[in-house]
Design a protein around this ligand. Structure first.
Ligand code: BMA
Length: 326
């Protein structure tokens, strides 16, 4: 019995077959990058580290748009096919559920997770330093801001897409106020999406490509064998940070237990658009859409902090690769 994705069917998932003879389990879209600053032509400096989901038979998302003042902002977007995006020209205007909640000083690296009746958005939120911001939308038109999940300093907040044992689960990566030279993944638990505690340690960097620090990527994908989690890892080279990403299978009931962890990276900066940009040598995944019928997974990742690319994998092939390389 092989691994199966537990989740929705996405018959129109953006997809391209693996080039024949390509030796690795994750391959890039031949037309990368799919989103450039031209999608927000008047104010956009860069559009990267962004999150897309399947939405009413089409696609919607929340995008990190850094503007020409170099403010870090979130914009909503829509797409018919998940490849060609119409990105709002204005940043998201948050509606506060509680008037005392502070508006964000800045917002970056969003993840979007459909859970129960709405799309939750988690991002790195400027709240006296980087912290984990949470909001939600039903329609990608109105966006509601809720309480910061965690205190500063923290980044890479990622929600699991359902309650586990009646508890919401949030990954995060405690950090400092700068370009943090350390970082390990933790999980916090909540009964109500407001109060977070019962913190559990998940894992730290192990291989060379993730030796300096690691952090969560897209929302984990539920499978018959556990949660499939992609995470980014950072290597410190003589020339600065290098961001790659890899895969891990976490226990379904206690997701802080690592069942299988792949030693090699899946994608590292190798293409010109991943190596040249505002921050060279960055591949940074923030979304993965999976089709339960075919086992196909399409990953959206930021490239060199400048543009957005796509890559693809197939769950059985990937799982087999993880087991052979753990
Ligand atoms: C991290 C975040 C990411 C970014 C990366 C590389 O700290 O700011 O948004 O992609 O650095 O600059």
């Amino acid at each position: 019995m092989g691994i199966k994705i537990i989740g929705q069917s996405v018959p129109n998932l953006p997809w391209e077959e693996k080039p024949s003879g390509y030796p690795h389990p994750v391959w890039r879209y031949s037309q990368n990058p799919i989103i450039t600053r031209d999608a927000v032509p008047h104010t956009g400096n860069s559009i990267f580290n962004s999150a897309a989901v399947s939405y009413n038979g089409k696609f919607a998302g929340v995008f990190r748009v850094d503007n020409r003042r170099r403010q870090m902002l979130l914009h909503s977007g829509r797409s018919e096919d998940g490849l060609n995006w119409n990105i709002s020209q204005e940043p998201i205007q948050w509606i506060k559920d509680d008037p005392e909640t502070d508006y964000p000083d800045y917002c970056y690296d969003p993840r979007v997770i459909f859970m129960e009746d709405r799309y939750w958005i988690v991002w790195c939120n400027g709240f006296h330093g980087p912290s984990i911001g949470i909001g939600y939308t039903f329609d990608f038109k109105e966006f509601h801001l809720v309480e910061n999940a965690l205190m500063p300093h923290n980044r890479n907040g990622v929600l699991f897409p359902r309650k586990i044992n009646d508890t919401y689960m949030l990954m995060s990566r405690p950090s400092d106020n700068g370009h943090t030279p350390f970082g390990e993944i933790f999980i916090s638990q909540s009964p109500d999406m407001i109060h977070w505690g019962k913190h559990r340690w998940v894992m730290k960097g192990r291989e060379g490509w993730e030796g300096l620090k690691i952090g969560g990527g897209p929302a984990p994908i539920e499978t018959s064998e556990g949660w499939l989690m992609f995470h980014h890892g950072v290597l410190l080279s003589c020339n600065g940070y290098v961001y790659s990403f890899g895969a891990t299978i976490l226990d379904l009931e206690k997701p802080w237990i690592v069942k299988h962890r792949c030693r090699p990276y899946l994608i590292s900066p190798q293409m010109p658009y991943e190596c040249v940009g505002d921050v060279p040598n960055v591949t940074f995944p923030c979304a993965a859409i999976a089709d339960a019928d075919t086992g196909r997974i399409t990953i959206y990742y930021g490239c060199a902090d400048t543009v957005t690319g796509l890559c693809f994998t197939q769950v059985e092939e990937l799982y087999d690769y993880i087991l052979k390389n753990e």
